[in-house]
Write a protein that binds this ligand. Structure first.
Ligand code: ADP
Length: 301
């Protein structure tokens, strides 16, 4: 077992609307679904479907949906032995609105994800003995710092998808080997707007200066800015008809680590991840939209 994801599990309530309601406005949507989500879960599912042996350290609540969520992860081939069921609290929830352009807004309640404390993590410290650790920001920050520290001390590559956007302490950033912000997250981390290549290069330089060897800024439909040791360039994405961009970044991250786990060189792994993410935006939902290795490979041929 060589890839460990530590992160969140959410139940997503997704409603499609012609446009986002303004404050005080009520709009009627066309479609409502309950689907599995959460950045940690989405990335674990994306990694597993893309072919990586994946262990997932996470917490769910004691609500009725939790059991079927975990069964779903197991059906995707994820090692679920470190997913704990917490009592007296709900599984995390995300309320997602998708507009006519396929853009989304998301409101979160952490629920059981907030119970994934450093003490809780310590029950599963064997799981941090891995080749790659993948983190996001929907669990307590102290837990991410503890996970990164323990995994790195055992020789793991520490990968951080710094989402949702927030400023981060050097205590975490200094432990990160590869970081994958989108444009908004890169700006929040560095104070530099990523509107063009010069902005991406400048933001990447700030992150390199924190000790992060590899910076990948995802640029939506444009692709990614890949920067190694300060040398950056755009790697264009795949042209597809976007229906719903929910989980594009999550799919990118999971598939990227799966490709790296399979010893693909970095740029080839980025192409693989972009193909996976492009497929995910052509379909509605979060985990429902994540492709498997066969589909990804077919798009790359
Ligand atoms: P996030 O979902 O975290 O905001 P991005 O929107 O930057 O992240 O998307 C992540 C990756 O998904 C991009 O780098 C790109 O490869 C792919 N992607 C996103 N949107 C599209 C799109 N409309 N068409 C094709 N690929 C896309």
């Amino acid at each position: 077992m060589t890839l460990t994801v530590v992160g969140s599990i959410n139940i997503d309530h997704v409603i499609r609307l012609p446009q986002f309601p303004r404050p005080g406005e009520t709009l009627t949507g066309s479609d409502y679904r309950i689907v599995p989500g959460g950045k940690g879960a989405n990335q674990a599912v994306a990694a597993a479907r893309a072919g990586a042996a994946t262990r997932f350290i996470a917490c769910v609540g004691d609500d009725a949906l939790a059991r079927s969520l975990v069964e779903g992860f197991a059906a995707d081939g994820i090692d679920v032995s470190a997913i704990d069921r917490m009592t007296g609290i709900n599984t995390g929830v995300a309320l997602i609105q998708v507009n006519g352009e396929g853009e989304n807004t998301i409101s979160l309640a952490a629920g059981a994800n907030g119970r994934l404390t450093p003490e809780q993590l310590n029950r599963h410290s064997a799981g941090l003995s891995c080749e790659q650790l993948l983190l996001q920001l929907e669990i307590p920050l102290d837990t991410n710092i503890a996970a990164a520290g323990q995994a790195k001390a055992q020789g793991a590559r520490v990968v951080l998808n710094p989402a949702p956007a927030q400023a981060l302490p050097d205590a975490l950033l200094s432990l990160v080997d590869l970081i994958t912000p989108n444009e908004t997250e890169a700006e929040r981390l560095t104070g530099i707007a990523v509107h063009d290549d010069a902005g991406a290069a400048a933001a990447a330089r700030v992150l390199h200066a924190k000790g992060i060897a590899t910076v990948i800024i995802t640029l939506g439909a444009r692709g990614v800015w890949l920067s190694e040791q300060g040398q950056g360039r755009v790697i264009p994405g795949f042209k597809v008809e976007a229906v719903d961009t929910t989980a594009a970044g999550d799919t990118f991250n999971g598939a990227l680590l799966a490709a790296l786990q399979q010893q693909q060189p970095l740029e080839q792994a980025v192409r693989f991840a972009q193909a996976a993410a492009a497929l995910s935006v052509t379909r509605p939902g979060a985990q429902t939209s994540i492709p498997d290795k066969t589909e990804i490979t077919a798009l790359l041929e």
